[in-house]
Design a binder for this molecule. Structure first.
Ligand code: OOG
Ligand code: MG
Length: 262
């Protein structure tokens, strides 16, 4: 750790206020170039602590920057992990007010729901599939708190990996009999296909993202509890949205989910 507790608390407050008040900030590594990975996750944890103290509940976890398309779009080479809390949840077909967000983008994701805990190190795709109750289609709404959506990996980890809103829907399908690598993914904005991909875009197999999260937490002596919902990361580039936009995601064998921006 390079930052002291006071600076970590101040940066968490700055980033969380930016989220809650929907305004951008300059990326925190500009003023703190010495910060390290543990500092970045400590700031994210402090944001979580603030939310829990206010009565929010964790409803899931997320992996980010797990596809080449996303890494290239954001200029970052390594996946990151974050949390999802209750008020991020939008009902299928539901509405998000653009005025509550800064510069939102949507991305198509495969969500996993576990029925067994997962613990690294050594977690692998097979262990993830054996612990998966079902998968579902999900649209994640990301909204970096950083100006112009530009950041480096440490800044984005501190900012809870741009987490903002998400919607799950479609069918809950057990993974036995599904090849998650070849599932086709089509995301439409206002009826036009704006992002097309397949599951293998996420680290060769979306379950590899979940294994990576289990190994990341394992290195900190933590595990992913049974019952956890996890977003495995955007399959394609994220797409900007504005008021009036309707977004629909269709994943082969898993059905559709949609969201509207007002
Ligand atoms: C970081 C969060 C990335 C994903 O699925 O890749 C993410 C960002 O792109 O702002 O959620
Ligand atoms: Mg995402």
């Amino acid at each position: 750790m390079k930052l002291n507790e006071k600076v970590i608390a101040e940066l968490a407050e700055l980033l969380e206020n930016a989220e809650l008040q929907a305004h951008d900030v300059v990326k925190i590594t500009d003023a703190h170039p010495e910060m390290d990975w543990d500092d970045a996750y400590a700031i994210q944890n402090e944001i979580l602590r603030r939310k829990l103290a206010r009565g929010n509940r964790v409803v899931g976890l997320k992996c980010g920057l797990t596809s080449r398309a996303k890494m290239k779009q954001m200029g970052v080479e390594t996946p990151c992990f974050g949390f999802l809390v209750d008020y991020f949840t939008v009902a299928d077909g539901g509405e998000v007010k653009i005025s509550e967000l800064i510069h939102p983008k949507v991305e198509p994701e495969i969500a996993f729901v576990l029925n067994k805990p997962l613990k690294g190190p050594g977690c692998h795709v097979g262990a993830v599939l054996a612990a998966t109750d079902f998968v579902m289609p999900g649209i994640e709404v990301i909204d970096s708190r950083y100006r112009d959506f530009k950041f480096d990996l440490k800044s984005v980890i501190a900012d809870n990996c741009s987490s903002s809103r998400y919607v799950l829907g479609g069918m809950a399908v057990p993974v036995a009999g599904l090849d998650l690598r070849t599932l086709g993914v089509v995301m439409e904005k206002n009826g036009e296909a704006v992002a097309i991909g397949a599951g293998a875009a996420v680290l060769g197999h979306p379950a590899a993202a979940i294994a990576m999260l289990a190994n990341h937490l394992g290195a900190r002596g933590e595990e992913i509890p049974a019952g956890t919902m996890i977003l495995s990361g955007g399959v394609t580039e994220a797409v900007s949205v504005a008021a009036g936009d309707h977004v629909n995601l269709r994943i082969q064998s898993l059905g559709c989910v949609s969201i509207h921006f007002a």
